[in-house]
Design a protein around this ligand. Sequence first.
Ligand code: ARG
Length: 456
Amino acid sequence: MALWSGRFSAGTQKDLAKLSESISFDRRLYACDIAGSKAHVTMLAARGIIPEKTAADICAELDEIQKKIEQGNFKFDIALEDIHMHIETALIEKLGAEGARVHSGRSRNDQVALDIRLYLRDAVDGIIAKIRAFQRSLVDKAAENPRAVMPGFTHLQHAQPILFAHHLLAYVEMLDRDAERLADCRRRINVMPLGSGALAGSTLPLDREMVTRLLGFERPTRNSMDAVADRDFAIELLSDLAIMAMHISRLSEDIILWCSQEFNFIELADEFCTGSSLMPQKKNPDAAELSRGKTARIYGDLVALLTLCKGLPLTYNRDLQEDKERLFDALDTVNLVLDVYTPMISGISVKKDRMLDAASDPGLMATDLAELLVKMNVPFRTAHHRVGELVKYCREKGLELDKLSLEQMREVIPEATEEFLTLFDPEKSVGAREIYGGTGYREVAGQIAFWQKKLQ
Ligand code: ARG
C-alpha cells in the first residue's frame, strides 16, 4: 500500500505505476535524501516536535538503510514510486509508528527540491575540479611546446602565424569562464527549501535556519511557492554545461582538423583513437568526434528542461519529476567527456616542423607588411590596399610574395625598403606581437606562468 493511500479504495493501475515511477532513476538521490531526513528529524527533536529518542532511532536506521543501498541489499519496487517513499517505507517497517514521524512538516515537494539541490551542489563541485584538471593538461601541453609556430585561421583560411601554445591557452580561458559560471550557478543552487511543505509552509514551529546550517546551505529559500515550483537553477546548470560542451566541441573540431592528413599538425596517442573495420590504414580521432557529438545530447537536455517548465502553473506539478533524467544525463555525459579529454590532451604529440612549414605561407605575413607601412606613416587603408595590390601582382605574374626583389616590390609599393623583404619569417612575425594578450613568445610565456600559478 502506498503511503498516501488513505483516501483511495483501489490500488494504482499497473501501467500508471510504470508511468509514475521514478525509482529507476531517482535512486541516485538516496544519500542526499538520507542526509536531508537526518537534518530534518534532528531539527524536529530540537523543536520538541518529535521525541529525541525517536530522532536518534530514525537517524541510526537511516544509516542502516544507506548501508543496505550501498551494499546492493535494498529492495527497490516501482510500486513505491520514488526514492523518498522507499526510504520512508523502510523506516516505518523497522521503527513502526515512531518511524512515521520523519515526514512531520515535510512534503515530497520540498523534499525533492532539497535532494536535487544537494545532489547538484556536489555534482558542480566535481565538475569544476575536472575542468581545473583539464585546464592543467592544456597549460602543460602549451608549456611543453612554447615556441611551436602554426598558421592561425579565420574563416578556416590562413590568417596570421600564431603560437600553438596561444591557441591552447584560448581554450584555457574559455574553460575558466565555464568554471566561473558553474561556481556562480552553485550560489543559486545552494539555498534550502525544506519547510516550504507542499507549497504553503507549515503550521509546525520548524527551525529552517537550523536545517540550513546542518546541511551547509547559504540561506533558506524566501518563498515556499517558488521553492517547490521552480527549477531555474537546474536549467541554469544545464545552460552552463551546454556552453562548456560547445567549447569542448570546438576544441574537438580543431583537433580533428589537426589530425587530418591535410593539416597533419598533431598526432593523438593510440589509446584515444580507433581503427576502421574495413580500411587498415585508418586511425580515427573518435574521442574528439564523440565529444563533439555528445554536445548535441546536452543541448537536448537543456531544451527538454526549458520546455518541461514553460507551461506549468504554480506550484509543484508532477511533470517536474522529468527534470532528473535530463540532469543526470547531462552530468554523466560531461563527466565522461572530461574524463577522456584530460589524458587525451596530455597524449598529443606536436609536429612542430609541419606546423612551421604551413605557417611559412608568405601570405600569412601580408598584414605585417601593411603594419610596417603604417609605421612609415602611411594611412592604414592605403597600406592595406597597396599590399592587396602586391598580392594580386604576384598572382598575375605567378610569383611568390617572399621571392620578390626590392625593385619588383617597389613597382606596387614605392615606399618599400630592404626591411620589407625580411618580414616573411613566421617565427619573426610571432615575435613581433609582444602586445598584452598577443601571440608573442614573451607574452605567451607570461600567460603560461600565470595559469601554472593559478591552477597549482
Ligand atoms: N518523485 C517526485 C518528483 O520527482 C517527488 C515529488 C512527488 N510529489 C508529489 N506530490 N507527487 O518530483
